[in-house]
Design a binder for this molecule. Structure first.
Ligand code: NAI
Length: 249
């Protein structure tokens, strides 16, 4: 399979790229650094050029797409969190659907977060179109608010595409990890505003996840074995969602 992966330079994206390469797939990595295509995905013009570069390398045909690139709540500008985690992700989904339509057993996976469940779409400032104002009023909490809003919005965006993508023969799902040991998690732990809360966010299973564990779920979702799995979100969090929201099914 020919598979494009954003965020391939680190953490979950790097582990996914390695697992898929080991399985014999042809990977096109996209990232700020350590990638086949080097790009800042928050820059709309650079993003469009990166799409062209992916299409050129892939000969216009993709069998898989994994959108991992993202930042955590500690990033100083909450609007940047939304731009990479939500806007860039949705832009790439839409831009690369035509190439996926031509692929063999094509599928895409978006890396959302268990934080997507921490806010309802009806209360999401992105849904209301007033996020800049809402984050400005949130003070120290703005980063987490922006992060949860961006992940909720990207999960909703995937679900909203289930009909069109299913009709096009391209499966599309999200994975929603809890805390996973990557540089992103470490940056949150090192942040005085969020470190303690993240440390206290201990899963029932008693440890954080490993990037390879998320990669293995993504690999399954891209495979023909997941042929009937579409429009779904897979929480992979050591049980923390079940612990905090046991009746939310
Ligand atoms: P990471 O920091 O190891 O990897 C993220 C990658 O995205 C980096 O290689 C980075 O360069 C790239 N990236 C960030 N901004 C970019 C931009 N503007 N343009 C191009 N590439 C950019 O982090 P991790 O943990 O592997 O994160 C991957 C995804 O998993 C993210 O979407 C994150 O929100 C999500 N996630 C991570 C969790 C965790 O605890 N590590 C928990 C839940 C979700």
């Amino acid at each position: 399979m020919r598979i494009a992966i954003t965020g391939s330079g680190s953490g979950i994206g790097a582990a996914t790229a390695a697992a898929l390469r080991d399985a014999g797939h042809d990977i096109i990595g996209i990232d700020l650094r350590n990638a086949d295509i080097t790009v800042d995905l928050t820059d709309a013009a650079a993003r469009a050029a990166a799409v062209d570069a992916v299409l050129e390398r892939a000969g216009g045909v993709l069998d898989g797409l994994v959108l991992c690139a993202g930042v955590g709540p500690q990033v100083p500008d909450p609007n940047l969190v939304v731009e990479i985690n939500y806007r860039a992700t949705v832009a790439l989904l839409d831009a690369l659907l035509p190439a996926l339509r031509k692929g063999e057993n094509p599928a895409a996976v978006v890396v959302s977060s268990v934080a997507s469940t921490q806010i309802a779409w009806a209360d999401n400032p992105i849904a209301k179109g007033n996020e800049a104002e809402a984050f400005a009023q949130a003070g120290d909490f703005a980063g987490h608010y922006a992060y949860a809003s961006s992940k909720n919005a990207v999960t909703v965006a995937v679900r909203e595409r289930a009909v069109e993508w299913g009709g096009a023969g391209v499966r599309l799902n999200t994975v929603a990890p809890g805390s996973v040991e990557t540089p992103l998690l470490q940056a949150g732990l090192d942040d005085p505003r969020y470190g303690e809360a993240i440390r206290n966010f201990v899963a029932p299973i008693g440890r954080n996840g490993k990037p390879e564990e998320i990669a293995s779920l993504i690999t399954y979702l891209l495979s023909p074995q997941a042929g009937f799995v579409h429009g779904a979100q897979f929480v992979i969090d050591g049980g923390i969602d079940a612990q905090t929201r046991p009746t939310a099914v």
